[in-house]
Design a protein around this ligand. Structure first.
Ligand code: UDP
Length: 317
């Protein structure tokens, strides 16, 4: 199939582009390279540089695309709190431009990169797709609004859509890994300390109501996540919008992650307690029962493999 991958120069988008090419699909990447990297676009994919608002309609018109995989987005929670307008404009505004370009070009399917941040502070764990969505920041709110728009485009224009709500993505797929200019995520930050870049890991709060006092998250390997996109493409059915959580179904605390990083790297990795980060829920763990039952997807790579792959990736750079 001929696919458009928006944000295919970013972390998850580049991995999914590589998996699509390996499965024999034709891939065009649309990316404005504002946070992505040109050299992350896998060989065999064509890169079109531009924003969705300015470029999507031209790229899709009359070009015979059969699906869109939509990753292009702003994705920093902290930044979204400082600049909500930017998140509404880039995430929702540009996604609406994309959806309308799809409608006009008659592209029948979309798989969308949604997020656990659409749920906000959970009432119970693990989180089900039927749980209330009460995002606590503009990032999650803008992604939830796109999920809503997708539902309408499916119902009213017959598009087949799947939203995948990612929990904590980690690891690397060969030479494709996390390369953020501003790195806020736990695993790459801990591995940077292991490499000697910085003095100590900051544990953001050790007084949460969890067994060791640090926050618990559900980590998922980027390759497992990528595989789910290929299954989701097959599951896109005209006129329906389906939502699936994507997590491993198990939680690990910040301290546990740091310990596994110590084991994998063989380095000491000093850590110190720091104040809580505003907006961090104590526990975020996905129920992935729905996607396992509907699409037969299962996570295959554990936390140690994620950290091992991320460490190999970091040292190769
Ligand atoms: N965290 C931390 N130190 C860091 C980065 C993150 O203690 O340098 C914590 C953060 O407060 C959260 C967990 O690690 O509890 C995962 O954070 P991350 O930013 O990786 O993902 P999030 O769950 O916020 O999407």
């Amino acid at each position: 199939m001929k696919m458009l991958v928006t944000g295919g120069a970013g972390y998850v988008g580049s991995v999914v582009s590589a998996l699509l090419l390996e499965a024999g699909h034709e891939v065009v990447v649309l990316d404005d390279l504002s946070t992505g990297h040109e050299d992350a676009v896998p060989e065999g994919a064509r890169l079109v540089r531009g924003t969705l608002r300015d470029t999507a309609a031209d790229v899709l018109a009359g070009a015979g695309f059969e699906a869109v995989l939509h990753f292009a987005a702003k994705s920093l929670v902290g930044e979204s709190v400082e600049k909500p307008g930017l998140y509404w404009d880039k995430n929702l505004g540009e996604s609406l431009a994309l959806l309308d370009a799809m409608r006009r070009a008659g592209v029948p399917r979309i798989v969308f990169s949604s997020t656990a941040a659409t749920y906000g502070e959970p009432e119970s764990t693990p989180i089900l797709e039927t749980d209330p969505t009460r995002p606590t920041n503009p990032y999650g709110a803008s992604k939830l609004a796109i999920d809503t728009a997708l539902g309408e485009y499916a119902r009213l224009h017959g598009i087949g859509g799947v939203s995948l709500r990612y929990f904590n993505v980690a690891g690397a797929y060969g030479r494709l890994g996390e390369r953020h200019t501003v790195e806020t995520h736990l695993i790459p930050n801990v591995l940077k300390i292991a490499q000697g870049d910085g003095e100590a890991v900051k544990l953001f709060g050790d007084d949460y109501p969890t067994p060791d006092g640090t926050c618990i998250r559900d980590y998922i390997h980027v390759t497992d996540l990528g595989r789910a996109h290929l299954l989701a493409l097959d599951a896109c059915a005209p006129g329906t919008h389906q939502i699936f959580n994507l997590g491993s179904g198990t939680g690990n605390s910040v301290k546990e992650v740091v310990d596994v990083c110590r084991e994998v790297t063989g380095r000491e990795i000093p850590a110190e307690t720091a104040p809580r980060r505003p907006g961090d829920p104590a526990v975020l763990v996905a129920s992935s029962d729905k996607i396992q039952a509907a699409l037969g997807w299962k996570p295959e790579r554990d936390l140690r493999t994620m950290i091992d792959d991320a460490w190999t990736f970091l040292r190769s750079r």
